[in-house]
Ligand binder design. Sequence first.
Ligand code: S3P
Length: 442
Amino acid sequence: MTSTIDYRIFPGRAPEGTVTIPGDKSVTHRAFLLGALASGDTVIAGANRGDDCLRTAAALRALGVVIDDDGERFVVHGAAGRFAPAPRDIDMGNSGTGARLLSGLVAGQPFPTTLDGDASLRERPMGRVVRPLRLMGAVIDGRRDGSLLPLTIRGGDLRGIRYETKVASAQVKSAILLAGLFADGVTEVVEPALSRDHTEKMIVYLGGPLERTGDAVRVTGGASLKGAPIDVGGDPSSAAFLIVAGLIVPGGKVTVEGILDNPTRTAYLDVLEEMGGKITREAIAGDGPEPAMRVTAEESDLKAIDLGGDRIPALIDEIPVLAVAGSRAKGAFRVRDASELRVKESDRITATVRFLSAFGVDIREEEDGFVIGGNYRKGPFKGAKVSSGGDHRIAMAAVVAALAAKGKSVVSDVACVATSFPLFLPLLGRLGLEGAVTEKGR
Ligand code: S3P
């Protein structure tokens, strides 16, 4: 029998203090993958050590790449794009980013690779990467004609394509660009709105052949990348939980050090500022493809806003915790154009509506989002018992709501937090909340 872990939350204390946020998940996946593709060594400092990123490292090792780890730094000994067949199927666990980006990379290899994942990942759409990779010449078999894992990808002779993605997805864009580095000629991706651009920045940083004009990004196949030191920078999406706690828990004042400063990831800070959140940002020094900053957030009176359109891709992972902030704001807080949330680690529209309702929030589900406080009446959240449904961001967003509630709460099924933010609980402890959130195995 598998044991499950619950969090018990005893509110009443203010989150206060300064913490350094661990490395960004998206950048870490890319540092492993592009480091493996490059020639020479890539030394990665401040990597995200959640299960998702460790799966990507393990997958690359299965493909013959040597990756050392002294507990502080990873050293990827670049294989210059030449990998070896994996001895068995590769299990990407819960990681959509790992599975999709790796699909692009193995599409460049002249042997078959089978990628699989856990029950949640097996239900997430893969057709969005399979379609363009097939157009490039990869041969892909999988469940439901290649729309679901497990997938077997045989690559090799790829040709460059021009591809317009239907959704703004950094995973799809990155899979195509990674395959494009192995393809004949130029590969161009055009997105409906800009999604996170870490792949592009890192390819350029490693000396790769990438250009951007407007909405289009292009790589030329066959050129080589060169390993370089990468300081990953702290994860803005993990920081969002601590920052929202600082804004909504009475007496809160939280400083988070080292957050990656990239507008395709930090748009939630603009949203919180627009809502009246007292937030300050200061640049700090770093070594790598992207700059970093220090962010302070303190308890604020928030007002609700409407979110939709092109803003959504740069906010997508923060929407559950923004909904918690929106539930403490004056007026009606609405999210539209966010149906992508339905195909994340869980259906995050339904999951957000479910957990906030349990905390006593007036929230209505819509096809592509939700409306909070349509009948505005601000009272404290009431303590609740909710389940994460196995989704790390839902688990942590629910904890933030519980910290601002009156009375004790339980958030169950929280082992998933380790996929992205294993230090979530210890960092809450460092913000003076030791004992306010405790873990209990069942
Ligand atoms: C990610 C892209 C986003 C995001 C995910 C990480 C990435 O997914 O939700 O957490 O690292 O490329 P989509 O590309 O599906 O939008």
